[in-house]
Design a protein around this ligand. Structure first.
Ligand code: ZN
Length: 331
């Protein structure tokens, strides 16, 4: 690959000579590569993995026909593109273009439903910096998972519990975590639709679907609701109507409410949201994991993007001695 130019412009723009490629554009751009099916990375059509296509199809109805499997190399818009597992959610990919590696959202610890991202040797690393500030440090993932499982087992001896999470990624991880200790799981139809994609890609998840309040079983179980269902205000709003309605029913029935997110390591959401428990379970890397990953890629130059981009660039420069800067500061 010759000299490439990078810049931020409604996503990431890679230019090499006359050719341009868009990475995770926020608007329809051609040619483009979509790292994974979270909304902030996937409003456009583009090259993607088959599971990313399947999740997008279920969530938005959009469908790409430009597919590449993890580990394969494809010519796309004149660029040689290799996709590598990013460890973040089903189908999530890091994008390698010659000596450049763009991570997208990544997790070098992986998850129950997706294997860990492995560092790739590269000369220029463009890394996502969501939790890239030294204040973001998570406990070991296995400990967090064990804590959640013990909590779920203890609660469901006498009553039901509600866990909230993003519809795609966290919710399926919660199903796997509860399946491992045989706690019965109920999920909303939108979470079930995405979980069905996981099953179609050979990730065995067991759950029943909560079509409405009448479907709530009387025996203790775990319900996984979109985040709107955790609000103690309840009521059926326009957004998350079913989740809010279910949340209000569970609250009235005395269920235990819990939440899991990387932000739980930094903020006390339990008090402000009226929860009994919160767990720092994340599908992102924390600061230490990002630094270790960067060291493993052994790049000459690091660009950080999104989230705590400047804090991570500073740490890379001072602690790893690698030239680094936030992509948005690139002139
Ligand atoms: Zn994501």
């Amino acid at each position: 690959m010759q000299q490439v130019e990078l810049r931020l412009d409604k996503g990431i723009v890679v230019r090499e000579g006359e050719r341009t490629l868009h990475l995770d554009p926020t608007r329809e751009r051609t040619p483009s590569v979509i790292s994974h099916a979270h909304a902030d990375h996937a409003s456009a059509n583009g090259l993607m993995t088959p599971p990313t296509r399947d999740v997008l199809q279920v969530r938005t109805g959009a469908s790409s026909t430009t597919l590449a499997s993890l580990g394969s190399t494809t010519d796309h818009g004149g660029f040689e593109v290799t996709l590598h597992n990013a460890g973040h959610v089903l189908g999530s990919a890091m994008v390698q273009l010659g000596g450049l590696l763009y991570t997208g959202d990544l997790n070098p610890e992986g998850a129950l439903t997706v294997p860990p991202a492995q560092p790739i040797d590269c000369s220029t690393l463009l890394i996502e910096a969501t939790f890239g500030h030294p204040r973001h440090r998570f406990p070991p993932k296995q400990e967090v998972i064990r804590d959640m499982q013990l909590w779920a087992q203890a609660v469901t001896e006498t009553r039901s519990l509600v866990l909230g999470g993003y519809t795609f990624g966290k919710s399926q991880e919660l199903i796997a975590l509860l399946n491992a200790v045989d706690v019965p799981v109920m999920v909303t139809p939108d979470i079930a639709a995405v979980a069905a994609v996981y099953r179609a890609h050979d990730i065995p998840l067991r759950y029943e679907v909560l079509e409405g309040p009448a479907a709530i079983p009387s025996s203790p179980h775990a319900a996984i609701l979109p985040r709107e269902g955790l609000s103690s205000k309840g009521g059926a709003g326009a957004k998350g109507g079913l989740a809010r309605e279910l949340g209000a029913r569970y609250r009235a029935a005395g269920a235990a409410f819990g939440y899991s997110s990387g932000w739980c390591a930094t903020w006390n959401l339990a008090r402000s949201w009226g929860l009994e428990a919160q767990f720092p379970l994340s599908d992102h890397a924390d600061f230490d994991a990002l630094m270790q990953f960067i060291g493993g890629c052994d790049p000459d130059q690091v660009y950080t993007v999104y989230g705590e981009d400047r804090a991570l660039a500073d740490a890379v420069q001072t602690q790893l001695g690698i030239t680094a800067g936030a992509l948005r500061d690139l002139k």
